[in-house]
Design a protein around this ligand. Structure first.
Ligand SMILES: Cc1ncc(C[n+]2csc(CCOP(=O)(O)OP(=O)(O)O)c2C)c(N)n1
Ligand SMILES: CC(=O)[C@@H](O)[C@H](O)COP(=O)(O)O
Ligand SMILES: [Mg+2]
Length: 642
């Protein structure tokens, strides 16, 4: 017999169609069982927990009322969808979450018709819902015709400009669509900013008793029992100088706040809104992140993400590692720099812990800024700080910096402002998969004139590079480093400032040169060791800089070796492409140099363990060894794969 908790009602639900006839008490029971099943599954897989627990009732109510998948429920970020996956025919695979070949940790169009729109990055849902709505109006998918679009977006995700761009557009278009603002007063860290304060005011003014429906005509969108209260709220709001809510000003009927854990209440309001709405409606739903599982409810991040854990105690099974994470090394050096230099300031976009900026915030709160999920603003805010004489460190994940690319070009690079980009999670990130991989930063920054771009091969090198970025005061710079722990090298007491554009030879050899940028260096060395057993002793070099390139080093390696191989954890168009350009310009190929560039493949690599992903990407030590043998024309491409 299984140790897993009994879930008799959930066992009967094979798809949302099985939920339509359930009574309110049954829906309540289903929500309880769904919560238990979610906790049980995540205890075995690890992953995002708190957000899913907070939307259990909402998930049940939405699938009960709306006609999914014809109606499109679009979950913002997608980190809260495990309960949704369980109810939509994926329960049998829920314990494969985030594993190779298993379910994605986010919504994915190829996974299920119940995932109409893929996600991973935040604040896209209202735009996508507006698109679905207009596609419906224009007859985009005639058979079966598109139904309603429902965007479910968190209070943290609502802070992004893109969410407001979408509200602005949807409010103007005036078509029937739904935005559910899932307000748990929490992002990954406690939310900061004026919007968060504003939402709290909406709730604190009349928590649940006097449901506000102040928009013109919105009272009729409420079930009868609420209409009287809403009328009073409307009268009250009329008397207030602030007028209606910001959402009404943007053209939405605002209804709320609604208790997102009271299923009777939720179902009642959703049903009425579903039956009566003619234009865009925003439902403000109050929930609790981590709801129903004490270890999550009481965690500082409300159980946002977790490794595997013991379901009874909530204790995580953690892997021991002796090496510090790159993030913590950055946070420590940053804080030291801030101590010595009062011009140093740091910016995070809602990820103080994920980026290490939280360490500096503890010591120097007035020089540390959490701008919310607002990467575009973060970049231009830094540009302003730099133009104003500060030394901003803009700490973002590689994948999220993509959001701010125009700002990097237009506001930072063209004005040659000394913003220091600290790009965490560069390269493959494992279980979060393709949406979170930091594959493109080398390619999209490398082409910008004036930038200095560095990538450390280990955690001590990261220390030096952060100090080097601090010293670069006449142009933009970037340091990109991976997720996870360093390689366990000795750490210097004090970081040193590196000479700009200078790499280093790590091992002298002959015939073959391995030139690595970033933390694949360790694997290049591993390949060199294996090759030594075959009598091949490659030179191994650490480029340190992608821009400016160490031309002397690279041209010297090309001159003195038969084979030159560059290795990087980035997409084509990055370091290797710049090296190839340099070699071509200097005629290095005219003399028979055999050059190979090892980059991430031209495909999006799905979630899996980091090691599996490196294998998929052909970037392991065995792959480097095989590449050397192939380039040398040695038939025994014995190594692991051809
Ligand atoms: C563009 C972007 N920036 C940052 C993140 C990282 N991130 C994922 S979830 C999250 C917090 C979201 O808060 P909220 O929308 O309130 O959802 P909750 O987890 O509270 O349910 C953040 C910052 C992201 N996914 N996308
Ligand atoms: C959903 C999301 O975008 C974040 O929660 C992300 O999964 C965090 O990744 P790290 O675990 O690398 O901080
Ligand atoms: Mg939230």
């Amino acid at each position: 017999m299984s140790d897993r908790p009994a879930t008799p009602l959930l066992d009967r639900i094979k798809s949302p169609a099985d939920m339509k006839a359930l009574s309110l008490p049954e829906l309540r029971q289903l929500a309880d069982e769904l919560r238990t099943e979610t906790i049980s599954a995540v205890s075995e897989t690890g992953g995002h927990l708190g957000a899913g627990l907070g939307v259990v009732e909402l998930t049940v109510a939405l699938h009960h009322i709306f006609d999914t998948p014809r109606d499109r429920v679009i979950w913002d970020v997608g980190h809260q969808v495990y309960p949704h996956k369980i109810l939509t025919g994926r329960r049998d695979r829920i314990r494969t979450l985030r594993q190779r070949g298993g379910l994605s940790g986010f919504t994915k169009r190829t996974e299920s018709p119940y995932d109409p729109f893929g996600a991973g990055h935040s604040s896209t849902s209202i735009s996508a819902a507006t698109g679905f709505t207009m596609a419906r109006e224009l007859g985009g998918t005639p058979d079966p015709a598109l139904g309603d679009a429902v965007a479910v977006i968190g209070d943290g995700s609502m802070t992004a400009g893109m969410a407001f761009e979408a509200l602005n557009n949807a409010g103007h278009l005036k078509k029937r669509m739904f935005v559910i603002l899932n307000d748990n007063d929490m992002s990954i860290a406690p939310p900061v900013g004026a919007l968060s304060t504003y939402l709290s005011r909406l709730y604190e003014a009349e928590p649940f008793q006097e449901l506000k429906a102040a928009a013109k005509g919105a009272v009729k969108l409420l079930p009868e029992p609420f209409q009287e209260g809403a009328r009073r709220a409307k009268e009250m709001l009329k008397g207030m100088t602030v007028g209606g809510t910001i959402f009404e000003e943007l053209g939405f009927s605002y209804i709320g706040p609604i208790d997102g854990h009271d299923i009777e209440h939720l179902v009642g309001v959703l049903r009425t809104v579903h039956d009566r709405a003619t234009g865009p409606v925003l439902l403000h739903v109050i929930t609790q992140k981590g709801k129903g599982y004490a270890p999550a409810e009481t965690a500082a991040d409300k159980g946002h993400a977790t490794g595997k854990f013991d379901m009874v105690t909530g204790k995580q099974h953690k892997k021991a590692s002796n090496a510090p994470s790159y993030t913590s090394v950055f946070g420590k050096v940053l804080t030291q720099l801030a101590e010595a230099d009062d011009k140093v300031c740091a910016i995070t976009a809602a990820m103080p812990d994920g980026t290490g900026v939280g360490m500096m915030a503890d010591r120097y709160p007035t020089r540390t800024f959490d701008v919310g999920i607002a990467e575009q603003h973060a970049v231009t805010f830094c540009a302003g700080l730099a133009a104003g004489g500060m030394k901003p460190f803009c700490a973002l994940y590689s994948t999220f910096l993509q959001r701010g690319y125009d700002q990097v070009v237009h506001d930072v690079a063209i004005q040659r402002l000394p913003v220091r980009f600290m790009i965490d999670r560069a390269g493959l990130v494992g279980q979060d998969g393709a949406t979170h991989a930091g594959s493109f930063d080398l390619a999209y920054l490398g082409n910008l004139p004036g930038f200095v771009i560095m990538s450390p091969s280990d955690e001590a090198e990261l220390m030096h590079m952060v100090a080097t970025a601090h010293a670069i005061d006449d142009r933009p710079s970037a340091v990109r480093y991976p997720r996870g722990e360093g390689v366990g090298v000795d750490m210097p007491e004090v970081p040193k400032v590196l000479e700009i554009g200078k790499g280093r030879i790590v091992e002298e050899g002959k015939r073959v040169a391995l030139l690595s940028l970033g933390t694949r260096l360790d694997h290049a060395r591993g390949a060199a060791e294996k090759l030594a057993q075959r009598g091949i002793t490659p030179t191994v070099a650490d480029a340190r800089f992608m821009k400016p390139l160490d031309e002397e080093l690279i041209l010297g390696l090309a001159r003195d070796h038969e084979v030159l191989i560059t290795i990087e954890e980035g997409a084509v168009g990055g370091f290797g492409s710049h090296v190839a350009q340099l070699l071509a310009e200097h005629g290095a190929f005219d003399h028979g140099l055999r050059y190979r560039s090892m980059v991430l493949p031209d495909t999006f690599i799905d979630h899996g363990s980091p090691d599996q992903m490196y294998e998929d990407a052909h970037l392991t030590a065995a792959d480097i060894e095989a590449k050397v043998l192939e380039a040398l024309g040695i038939a025994d491409i014995g190594a692991k794969r051809a």
